[in-house]
Design a protein. Structure first.
Length: 402
């Protein structure tokens, strides 16, 4: 973080390392996306069956968030992170040797269920500085997260195409996680995040947290936008390999790199949250996504340049909305942030799994246009949710002032 953010008892460079760790670990969920067309050919399966690997990773991540991330409120972060990263490495090595689609899906669920380190680090990081910096802290780590998502696709596509196998990205990622495992624990606070709360009581404490309006709004918005985001990315490799472009996994992977500028605008979204509130940034997010839809549907059907611009808008829209949503719910009690983030991310990645599944089916039934219209549909629902929430909050404040 910048020097203006004072953090006591924390090593220099901690937030930067946290951001890198978020990127490296979340990359595990998206390695498969540029490889889907190649996987379908190599394993002799249809496009919609190959896309189930992307669905499996979203489901695995959801399970990891639900059953692992709550431990962030009661466990020693050092031990928790070490165990998660070690198991991720085991899963990646399993994916390297998977003989068929079923084995690869099982390995993908295992990888995703244990690579939830970012969802432990983000709420932990918000406790390292004052609340006036919450939006900027979330945006810095979220930038690392989204850069991991984007660049993982570039890394995966290029390494698979030029090193000769779809298995190579999984082996290389295992090496990256192993290097991070050696460094990251030294920068984590060596103390429990909470005391006296057992695992099952933690899980039982989750449903009552759903009463918080801030959490409800953030979850619904994120479910919708991440469903649209995942539908586009889960089918982009098929679109690029179609007769419109005739491109391979390297080109699909490069879209992660070409879409990175949209993600780099995330710190500005964090500052805007700190000044204007989360609703304003959610509105900007939805506007970016609807412009993305229009461009992807029209010019993006045949033009690479238009598709690159659309992907930048998609990445910016999703990332800025994520920053706003998490800043909104992290404004609640620090003692429950890990569990709030658990519920939020479970719903977010449930949206991602839903979007990837529906996107694959729509690709088979209606092609690229069907996927784009799905994005428009979920953005419209999100806009309705945001409007109702804003009006309800305004009426509530007016009633309180009387």
């Amino acid at each position: 973080m910048t020097a203006s953010i004072a953090m006591a008892d924390v090593k220099r460079g901690t937030l930067t390392l946290f951001a890198v760790a978020c990127g490296v670990m979340v990359a595990n969920i998206y390695l498969c996306q540029p490889l889907l067309a190649e996987l379908a050919r190599a394993l002799g399966v249809s496009a919609d069956r190959a896309a189930l690997v992307a669905v499996a990773t979203q489901v695995g991540y959801t399970l990891g968030i639900l059953f692992v991330v709550p431990l962030a409120d009661s466990s020693d972060p050092v031990k928790l992170v070490r165990w998660m990263m070690s198991l991720t490495i085991v899963g990646l090595l399993g994916a390297c040797v998977a003989p068929n689609l079923a084995a690869l899906m099982v390995a993908s669920v295992c990888i995703a269920a244990t690579c939830v380190v970012a969802q432990v680090l983000i709420p932990l990081a918000t406790t390292l500085a004052g609340p006036q910096y919450r939006g900027r802290i979330v945006s810095k780590l979220s930038t690392g997260l989204i850069m991991g998502i984007l660049l993982s696709r570039t890394f995966s596509g290029l390494s698979a195409q030029y090193l000769g196998s779809w298995r190579v990205p999984f082996a290389l990622e295992a090496l990256l996680v192993a290097a991070l495992l050696w460094v990251l624990p030294r920068y984590l606070p060596k103390r429990p995040a909470g005391k006296g709360i057992g695992y099952w009581p933690l899980l039982k404490s989750l449903p009552p947290l759903l009463r918080h309006r801030e959490l409800q709004v953030s979850m619904m918005l994120s479910f919708c936008t991440f469903a649209g985001f995942s539908a586009i990315w889960a089918t982009l490799a098929f679109h690029l390999s179609s007769s419109a472009f005739h491109l391979g996994p390297a080109a699909a992977g490069l879209f992660g790199l070409w879409g990175a500028p949209g993600a780099l605008l995330a710190p500005y979204a964090g500052r805007l949250v700190d000044r204007r509130g989360a609703d304003a940034v959610n509105l900007v997010s939805l506007l970016a996504l609807i412009v993305c839809f229009g461009l992807a549907l029209s010019l993006g059907a045949t033009s690479l340049i238009a598709l690159v611009i659309a992907i930048n808008l998609l990445d910016f829209g999703q990332q800025s909305g994520q920053v706003a949503n998490q800043a909104r719910l992290f404004g609640l009690s620090a003692q429950i942030r890990g569990r709030l983030n658990t519920l939020y991310m479970v719903v977010t990645f449930a949206g991602g799994a839903t979007g990837a599944f529906i996107g694959a089916k729509l690709w088979t039934l209606a092609g690229w246009a069907g996927v784009c219209w799905f994005l428009a549909w979920v953005v419209g629902i999100a806009a309705l949710i945001l409007t109702i929430s804003h009006l309800t909050q305004r009426d509530s404040k007016a009633e309180s002032a009387r």
